[in-house]
Design a protein around this ligand. Structure first.
Ligand code: S3P
Length: 441
């Protein structure tokens, strides 16, 4: 990173990862042609694309993959190859594996889902259990409730599933299976997780019923879907990913003289916990040009302001689950203490993020304590250079890249946090380092 004084200008952050996956899934299962504008060309989304191609779906892309055309074959149009089980590689993508499990549970063929070393260690019982209750057969090859998974599709029946975790991946797997199930399928979660699947179900013509989350009620949430004969293809615009914008929101807040506009960023209220928390920490930003196309999005302009510590807990956690690593970096440079509780889900992401954060923060001299379900960070302490262990986790890598940039402005240009695997940013944000370089003035 060249030396600089502030972050200025504007940026179109890459497309939303969760929405890009769903655009491919719904486009493939719909009848007709779905056009996706501003698709995320990252490793995770390419895993989903490769799987649907392997299942016989024609998917055309322009040169940089940002415009995608999916020729859907209907809910019953997926094809297995001649050999069964059909082998499907999900790479590093939990969303691919869990959402596809829901679809494959209903197919008249068997499939074998596997991932990279990280994905093959992540818990899959959370989808195996409800999908088995619906009538499919799902086995973990190593008998450890992890992938590889062998899925034998079957005729499904609707269930009422009380999920122990607020997880959009679990909710989506069950609702996708619910399209094929007899009667109604309902998922109840402890508090609301991202609702992109519910929005897609509605837009593509399924009969869905969701609890109204506009009420100021953070209690349990439900979504249900009725058996469906066909979905109809749609135009989809994928807004910028707030999870990717988050790195720049934090950097610009903490670097003197910064002023940055991030264009067309998704602000879905089930994803925008980071805006609430940054506001509580004292961040200065505006939300302008709000638009809606399946999902709400807006231009975010952030200017530098001192941040103070805060508490993140309870039903707020699912609303900012992927932003907790970069919020820890915000806490690192904020005045006072930040406490994170109720976030044990971070232990089963692309890495054990609580451990990865605590280990790396300790290595750079931060005052940090790890608890079973969170972290406590004392902000604004002197820090020093150290090598960062990313564990191949894109969000750990990008968070510490931002910590380095902020640290240089506080401790001098020699402050450096080299990443052991910078390449892992390709999972969600292939152009991350180029964009960061571009904005630094
Ligand atoms: C995602 C849901 C979240 C999130 C992940 C993407 C999705 O996981 O962490 O990066 O697209 O549904 P959980 O649903 O397991 O919390």
């Amino acid at each position: 990173m060249t030396s600089f004084t502030s972050l200025r200008g504007e940026l179109q952050v890459p497309a939303d990862k969760s929405i890009s996956h769903r655009a491919l899934i719904f486009g493939s299962l719909a009848t007709g042609t779905t056009r996706i504008r501003h698709f995320l060309n990252s490793d995770d989304c390419l895993s989903t694309m490769a799987i649907f191609r392997r299942l016989g779906i024609a998917i055309q892309t322009d040169q940089d993959h940002s415009e995608v055309t999916v020729t859907g074959q209907g809910l019953y149009g997926l094809q297995s190859s001649s050999e069964e089980p059909v082998s499907l590689y999900c790479g590093n993508s939990g969303t691919t594996m869990r959402l596809l499990s829901g679809v494959l549970a209903a197919q008249p063929f068997s499939s074998y889902l596997y991932g990279d070393d990280s994905l093959n260690k992540r818990p899959m019982k959370r989808v195996m259990l409800p999908l088995s209750m619906m009538g499919a057969s799902l086995c973990s090859e190593q008998d450890n409730d992890c992938a590889p998974l062998l899925i034998q599709g079957a005729p499904l029946k609707g269930i009422r599933y009380l999920s122990p975790v607020s997880s959009a991946q679990v909710k989506s797997a069950v609702l996708l299976a619910g399209l094929y199930a007899e009667g109604e399928t309902k998922v109840i979660e402890p508090s609301v997780s991202r609702d992109h699947t519910e929005r897609f179900l509605k837009a593509f013509g399924a009969e869905v019923n969701v609890k109204d989350i506009s009420e100021d009620d953070r209690g349990s949430y439900f979504a249900s879907v009725m058996h469906c004969e066909s979905l109809s293809a749609q135009e989809v615009f994928v807004p910028g990913d707030l999870s990717s914008a988050a790195y720049f929101l934090v950097a610009a807040s903490l670097i003197k003289g910064s002023s940055l506009t991030l264009r067309q960023v998704g602000i879905n209220p089930t994803r925008s916990g980071i805006l609430t928390v940054l506001g509580e920490m004292g961040a200065e930003f505006t939300v302008e040009n709000v638009s809606l196309f399946l999902e709400p999005y807006a231009d975010l302009t952030v200017t530098e302001a001192p941040l103070k510590g805060t508490v993140m807990e309870g039903s707020m956690i699912p609303l900012l689950i992927d932003e907790l690593p970069i919020l820890c970096i915000a806490a690192l440079f904020a005045d006072g203490k930040t406490i994170i509780r109720d976030a044990s889900e971070l232990r089963v992401k692309e890495s054990d993020r609580l451990h990865a954060l605590c280990e790396n923060l300790t290595a750079i001299g931060a005052e940090v304590t790890e608890t079973p379900d969170g972290l406590t960070i004392q902000g604004n302490k002197p820090l020093h250079s150290a090598k960062i262990k990313t564990y191949g986790d894109h969000r750990i890598a990008m968070s510490f890249a931002i910590a380095e940039v902020i640290g240089k402005t506080r401790f001098g240009n020699d402050f450096s946090l080299p990443l052991d695997d910078p390449d892992c940013v390709k999972i969600s944000y292939p152009e991350f380092f180029q964009d960061l370089e571009k904005l630094c003035r």
